[in-house]
Design a protein around this ligand. Sequence first.
Ligand code: OAD
Length: 239
Amino acid sequence: MNDLEKVRDWVRAARRIALLSGAGMSAESGVPTFRDAQTGLWAKFDPQQLATEAAFRAKPRLVWDWYAMRRELIARVDPNEGHLAVARFQAANPGRLTVITQNVDGLHQRAGSSGVLALHGNITEDQWLETPRSCCKVEAVEAGRPPSCAGCGNLRRPAVVWFGEMLPPDALARAEQAAAECELMLVVGTSGVVYPAAGLAYRAPGKVVIVNPEPTELDGAAHVVLRGRAAEVLPQLLS
Ligand code: OAD
């Protein structure tokens, strides 16, 4: 029996599966990853200049425009066969598979996945930079890059988790629980270098399987490493 068949059997047998996804999950939709040496966002841009609260406060327009560019790209792409296979599995097997994603692109959700735990937020949404006052009304923001409150100037910012920020506590707690309770964890398309998300792989008490064309920091925690692309491997595992 080859590794793919072995993991297919584990999928069939597992009552609870957690799927932890990263940027590689969306690579075949045309969304760049972060750490690819050539095409990765962090190969071209300095995260400290773009993905921190300090960067936004120093250069709000630059940071807003960079996120707006990514948002526009994401609006033009579609979920791939990997996202769709996950969503189909969930629909056919209610309650058996929890999606935990580091991706902010919303593609799991657009594919039809339910209950997605988006640990790093959602790039299609905004939130207030400062705690909103009574004048801060989302429906009455002043247009701009970034938009702001006409009353107090509070800025809108992308609803993503920046470096140095806490993850949404509720999503993180649910993800930790899903990891701790699963019999099988599929770790798909993540380099496994960003914590606390990567640490979830070490919480899984059962089998851990990596799906990734390249080596990752989590390979040592895996029972099986499937060297392949998400959109190719997931439909075979989850059909
Ligand atoms: P990375 O860019 O660090 O890693 C992407 C991974 O996807 C790599 O291991 C690739 O080998 C793999 N990959 C590429 N194409 C793939 C494919 N078609 N199928 C499967 N895997 C493929 O992205 P993340 O691990 O998601 O954080 O990065 C983690 C976090 O770092 C991101 O959420 C982001 C970033 O800074 C925030 O924005 C807070």
